[in-house]
Design a protein around this ligand. Sequence first.
Ligand code: PL4
Length: 405
Amino acid sequence: MISRNPCLANIKAGYLFPEIAKRRREFAAAHPEAKIISLGVGNTTEPILPHINRGLVEGARQLGTVTGYSGYSDEGLLSLRERISQVFYRGRFKADEIFISDGAKCDIGRLQLLFGAGTKVAVQDPSYPVYVDGSVLIGAAGTWAGTGYQGIRYLPCTAENRYFPDLSLLPPNGLFYFCSPNNPTGTTATREQLSALVNAALQKGTVIVFDAAYSEYIRDPALPKSIFEIPGATSCALEVNSFSKSAGFTGVRLGWTVVPQELVYAGGEKVNADWSRICGTIFNGASNIAQAGGLAALETEGLKEIQELTDFYLGNARLIRATLQNLGISCVGGDNAPYIWAQFPGRDSWDVFAEILETCQVVSTPGAGFGPAGQSFIRFSAFGHRPEVEEACERLGRLAKIPMR
Ligand code: PL4
């Protein structure tokens, strides 16, 4: 018989979100009367707004016409790539530096092919689980030669360091996944912090995979929405982004990755050329309908709708955070991101998850699922219909009040 890919033995048995879904199902089966509300998985809930939706509908209609029909779009519609460059990067990237994808997660999973097995990988701790699992799957989680360190390096991001890691721990000549606004903590890196990150990466030969999936939630104009706002970043970073959380495309599937021409490997070869080769080989392009929707989303009217939709979820976030703070629960996030990161000192986060489910019939996400530094934290997602979020907040009031320190 054929042997199993040994990397598969190294990933954790269950992926976080299906595990939560399983526990929810078990609870529902034991309590059929419970009206469960989810503040767990970061899945959008509101209808796609009219202008963007018209773009999707029109994209589908075009496919039924002789003149409007289109087949494979490979690296993406030229018009969409150019528009992304204008809207998000002030036109500084050429179309061949922007690759349209079927979502940020899909590209995060594929990107490791650029660097391969044996790459030294570091992540913020806590972080979105796909960075770790994607790295382990490709065999990047081996021993760091000469360091005695094995596996992925977790760089703690805690209240003590303002949720920004100690950059002296960055892997030299390795890969570092960095997410801002951050999932799960909901915190956003400042310009100074990102400048320090870029400088450290340039010094150490580290490549940063910058995940900007929540950039459209940033309301503080001083906070960078892209790593490419930082001088020097085009030589040490690539960036993934998505229409999922801004335009409500979680089920439509559309994203992009920026791979600057300046980004090169140790041998001087261009990362961009390899990414083009990889995408051409294992990816056949995003849906043309989704791309028509993406183009509509980046028109003036569509951009207004993105603002409206993200404002709505940020309104939910404010309600959840205020509720938790009234209970004396210390939390961060929710002002420039759709996540609130709440601390339950000394508690196991899976126990707190179970307690919130049992006491309030509210699904959350245990912080430990995002890495060791997430222990004793709970992530609340701000994606939900307003009446349900209000109801969830009322029920969270059943949690024991923690005396204010
Ligand atoms: C549940 C930092 C959510 N089944 O939709 P995409 O692929 O463009 O973007 C996915 C993504 C990328 N980067 C970050 C993210 O947080 C997400 C989505 N994360 C969450 O609750 O943490 C949805 C997760 C989904 C999954 O497994 O990704």
